[in-house]
Design a protein. Structure first.
Length: 656
């Protein structure tokens, strides 16, 4: 099976989405000149080129792409060639209105934007396969081709009639009989019992709350249908070029795809990452997504898209201040990326993304953005031989699962204030601040090697996952588990006692009497100055815990907020950030897990990749970092002994 190393060949892939069809052909040689000057060695072509490649049904125009592929090859620039199926040409929707998706309210999503395709439409799938086949046949042997990029950010939903047909088929495969479906969905509630498969529909607009397991299954189904579209195209290109790796780009922490499952189907895992330059936690957001992507890839991964400057889709869109683009790119490499790419090469002059930055901004070659890109290209070339292929060391696993997210994030629950991604962020950020490098894992993955496992929140846990966690603790690992975990089974059926009994025994909880969610801004005061946010619980301990921190005051006065029984911790609230960090640092220390470096100044990140130590200063002020011994900084080609000073947004890549 080919992998990322087949495309990188000891280089860090550096480049971005290139949409030359938006520009007169005279611009292309100039693009190649600027790419070469900046050290660009890879571009992604054709992501949204379907109507250019197939202007009329079955009529192809490949001349322009032939010339581009040749031009790029002559310039020494490799091509990640995309199947253009994320944005069908207007003729497809016009000819086959059934290719257009419908939302839960029955409204059609029309062409004129992008991603207006139904994953369930047979006509869409047929036409997508045909253009993929034509591309693969034509360019499979082209020397510029280094990787295939299937579609773009799969993210569509469809509640229409063809989707309904496929949903029924998917449910038959899952449940076999209507009886089993009725049991799983709990259709005794509100007279929802199904007597004929034809009665089953996607969760469309309803008068009042919809069946939660129907919604959960629809999310599972949607992820699976999109994956079917993706693997169908993958199989076509693989047939032509078994030696060329295949990827599809994920959106970061996106709810619509079970990315654990998807990653298994890819040769290269890639992600698009756009932290807000004005977000004080932008670096931590980046670290989270990078850790998750690396874990899905089980090794080096590809940063397929980031912005060289501003995006165009937030309320207020700030550019990156000088130095930040380089810093965040090096952060991705530190956390396992062997490719640093952008959306997009040249900033558009027309279309919906003309205010979105590019590596070459409207200011052109003299612009600060391009000048910084050029500097980054040189930095990446310098470190590439030492870093590519290197593994990132992590003793801590954060558990995350899409099915649990889908089940927990529904209507009519104890508190709408609980936002799963935000809870995940709070925990990962606390670990980041404690200087601990983390992988992510699924709760049923093999956790061997992780001395500390944390579960920010897994509302739904299968029996196999519960057994896995319990066995891991029994095997000597430390587990720290957040509230609202182990509540539901795989069908979103509340477990007896509202928390799996095996987990209650693990933590020393006899009875979970009630959940007491907190209002925004409300705090649950606890012993020792700990203050809980978002949530609290009325727990009756069984007397076996070794340590507890109790609630103070209010209805829960004296009851445990935090319990530790041996190596298993349970947090029935979300402690304020400093206390969460301290608690996780303590659990890590007890588990024998050390931070990457002791005594790091605030805002400085340290990550080990292979034998390299990356130091990243996310602050705007220079800092001095104490170092063990003498290191050689690959970026500056200087030697540092015992300490090193990093400037504003400064970085060092140190070799012992
Ligand atoms: C996504 C898409 C790109 C572009 C960028 C803009 O990542 O894949 O085509 O729209 O967003 O940020």
């Amino acid at each position: 099976m080919p992998g990322l190393s087949d495309a990188t060949r000891r280089r860090i892939l550096f480049g971005g989405d290139y949409n030359p069809e938006q520009w007169p052909e005279e611009t292309w040689p100039e693009d190649v000149r600027l790419m070469k000057t900046a050290g660009v060695n890879s571009v992604t072509l054709g992501v949204f080129s379907w109507s250019k490649l197939e202007p009329r049904p079955g009529v192809h125009d490949f001349g322009w792409l032939d010339r581009l592929m040749d031009l790029l090859h002559e310039g020494g620039i490799g091509v990640v060639l995309a199947t253009p199926t994320a944005s069908p040409p207007p003729w497809l929707g016009h000819l086959h209105p059934d290719t257009l998706p419908r939302d839960a309210d029955g409204r059609t999503e029309w062409w004129g934007g992008r991603q207006h395709f139904s994953h369930s439409s047979t006509a869409y799938r047929r036409h997508a396969a045909a253009i993929t086949e034509a591309l693969a046949a034509r360019y499979g042997g082209h020397p510029a081709l280094t990787m295939w990029h299937i579609n773009n950010e799969y993210c569509t939903y469809d509640h229409g009639d063809e989707a309904a047909t496929r949903f029924r088929r998917w449910l038959r495969d899952r449940y076999g009989t209507l009886d089993a479906l009725n049991t799983a969905w709990g259709t005794a509630f509100w007279s929802q019992g199904y007597g004929d498969w034809a009665e089953v529909v996607p969760p469309r607009r309803a008068h009042y709350l919809r069946n939660p397991t129907q919604v959960l299954d629809f999310r599972r189904f949607t992820s699976d249908m999109l994956l079917e579209c993706c693997t169908a195209e993958r199989d076509i290109v693989r047939r032509h070029t078994p030696h060329i790796p295949v990827t599809t780009n994920f959106m970061p922490l996106w709810s619509g795809q079970d990315a654990w499952r998807w990653a298994e189907e890819e040769d290269v895992v890639s992600v698009d990452l756009y932290p807000d330059p004005r977000d004080p936690f932008g670096a931590q957001e980046g670290a989270l997504v990078q850790d998750m992507t690396r874990s899905q890839a089980r090794g080096p991964w590809m940063l397929m898209e980031q912005a060289a400057g501003a995006v165009n889709w937030r309320g207020v869109n700030h550019p990156k201040p000088r130095g930040l683009n380089r810093l965040w790119s090096l952060q991705a490499v530190a956390r396992g990326a062997d490719a640093v790419c952008y959306f997009q090469w040249r900033q558009s002059r027309q279309g919906a993304e003309k205010f979105h930055s590019g590596m070459v901004s409207h200011a052109g070659e003299r612009g600060r953005t391009y000048q910084e890109v050029k500097q980054l290209g040189a930095d990446l070339a310098r470190i590439a031989p030492h870093v590519t292929g290197g593994a990132v060391a992590a003793d801590v696993a954060v558990l995350h699962d899409w099915h649990s997210w889908w089940a927990g994030d529904q209507e009519a629950r104890p508190s709408r204030e609980v936002d799963y991604p935000d809870v995940l962020r709070a925990w990962h950020r606390a670990l980041w601040q404690a200087g601990l490098t983390t992988d992510f894992a699924r709760p049923d993955h093999d956790l061997t090697g992780y001395r500390l496992v944390v579960v920010p929140q897994l509302y739904l846990l299968t029996d196999a996952a519960v057994d896995n966690l319990v066995a891991h603790v029994r095997g000597g690992a430390t587990l720290v588990c957040g509230f609202l975990t182990g509540v539901a089974d795989q069908d979103d059926r509340i477990r007896p006692g509202a928390m799996d009994v095996r987990l209650r025994e693990l933590f020393g909880i006899r009875t979970l009497h009630e959940w007491w969610p907190l209002r925004p801004g409300e705090r649950a005061e606890c012993e020792g100055g700990l203050r809980g946010t978002l949530w609290s619980e009325e727990l009756e301990p069984d007397g076996t815990a070794d340590e507890t921190i109790a609630y103070r005051g209010g209805e829960l006065d004296g009851l445990p907020a935090v319990l530790r029984k041996g190596r298993a911790w349970y947090l029935s609230t979300l402690p304020e950030p400093d206390r969460l960090r301290a608690l996780l640092a303590r659990a890590a220390a007890d588990a024998g897990v050390r931070p990457v470096l002791d005594g790091l100044p605030d805002g400085v990140e340290a990550v080990r990749r292979g034998d390299l130590l990356f130091l990243l200063n996310h602050g705007r002020e220079p800092v001095t970092v104490d170092l063990p011994g003498t290191h050689h900084d690959l970026l500056t080609q200087t030697t540092a002994t015992d300490r090193i000073t990093l400037g504003r947004y400064g970085a060092a890549v140190l070799k012992p």
